[in-house]
Design a protein around this ligand. Structure first.
Ligand SMILES: NC(=O)c1ccc[n+]([C@@H]2O[C@H](COP(=O)([O-])OP(=O)(O)OC[C@H]3O[C@@H](n4cnc5c(N)ncnc54)[C@H](O)[C@@H]3O)[C@@H](O)[C@H]2O)c1
Length: 270
């Protein structure tokens, strides 16, 4: 159902790789709510071509950008404002990748060059996005910037290895830039800490099925699906959440407040 929550708003959506991507669902919902936006992803991710289908469905243009490259981001923000005919109201950073996880390196055996790559792609890119937006004065007052995080920033999930550090940095960047952009232009910056979700990035983590099921059984509402995460993003882009900033917002069906659930007790007692 559409409430026209984003009517007249202009955005940039990073990270739609395929139909399962959280960013894909956000784009579809943003379109439904009346937003105009550009889609962006790393040039290498474009090769799959899936994003073209989304662009067509949303009547959106695609501007390739490697989010670790300030030069690419400058081009992105310049072109996005040209295409959309004005400043930007919302940005979704839905980007994550760890070469160490992809290549099955355990926490005690991390490759440090790859570790730095993980941090650059999954956390520093968020800083770079806001740095470029600020330098270009590309955002409207009361704009909203959201990045996606995971509870491994606060708790230990052994197979999440270096991504847990990237998420901790990401959340810290949201607070620090949230302060800066809030003072400068009333722009809010938040992270959403999402339940395990069956996407390319998600299922790449070792033991994903086990911790997906575990989180589902721990959470009174069950795991939050990607579609519900998209709804939450839309609410944060809308004018209904103008005083929410510098927060890491749990979107996890209650998981983060649980100690143990009856379902887990039952499983262990078997
Ligand atoms: N899937 C989960 O279980 C889960 C849970 C919590 C948080 N998240 C977070 O949600 C976000 C989106 O992931 P997803 O689950 O939709 O998976 P996804 O694989 O669909 O999306 C990840 C995206 O990051 C993009 N990307 C990678 N390197 C990039 C670069 N250098 N420049 C620009 N883009 C780049 C990929 O092309 C891809 O589109 C990530 O931040 C992820 O950590 C996912």
């Amino acid at each position: 159902m559409s409430y026209n929550l984003l009517k007249g708003k202009k955005g940039i959506i990073f990270g739609a790789l395929d139909e399962k991507s959280i960013a894909w669902k956000v784009a579809m919902r943003a379109k439904e709510e009346g937003a105009e936006f550009v889609l962006t992803n790393a040039p290498i991710a474009m090769r799959m071509g899936e994003i073209n289908k989304l662009a067509e469905a949303c009547n959106a243009q695609i501007i390739p950008a490697d989010a670790t490259s300030v030069e690419d981001l400058e081009n992105l923000f310049t072109k996005a404002q040209e295409i959309l005919g004005g400043k930007i109201d919302f940005v979704l950073h839905s980007i994550g990748s760890s070469p160490n996880i992809r290549k099955g390196k355990s926490y005690g055996d991390l490759n440090y060059d790859w570790f730095q790559k993980t941090l650059d792609i999954s956390a520093l890119s968020f800083h770079k996005v806001m740095h470029v937006a600020e330098k270009q004065d590309a955002m409207n007052e009361w704009g909203s910037i959201v990045a996606l995080s995971y509870i491994a920033a606060q708790r230990v999930f052994p197979d999440y290895t270096d991504m847990s550090h990237a998420k901790a940095v990401l959340e810290s960047i949201a607070r620090n830039y949230g302060y800066r952009l809030g003072r400068a232009k009333k722009i809010r910056v938040n992270t959403i800490s999402q339940s395990p979700t069956k996407t390319t990035a998600g299922t790449g983590v070792g033991g994903f099925d086990a911790f997906f099921d575990y989180a589902d059984k721990m959470s009174p509402l069950g795991n939050a699906p990607a579609e519900a995460c998209a709804d939450y993003c839309i609410s944060l882009f809308s004018d209904l959440t103008r005083y929410v900033t510098m927060q890491n917002l749990m979107h996890d069906g209650g998981f983060s407040s649980m100690g143990i659930s009856e379902d887990i007790v039952e499983l262990i007692s078997k």
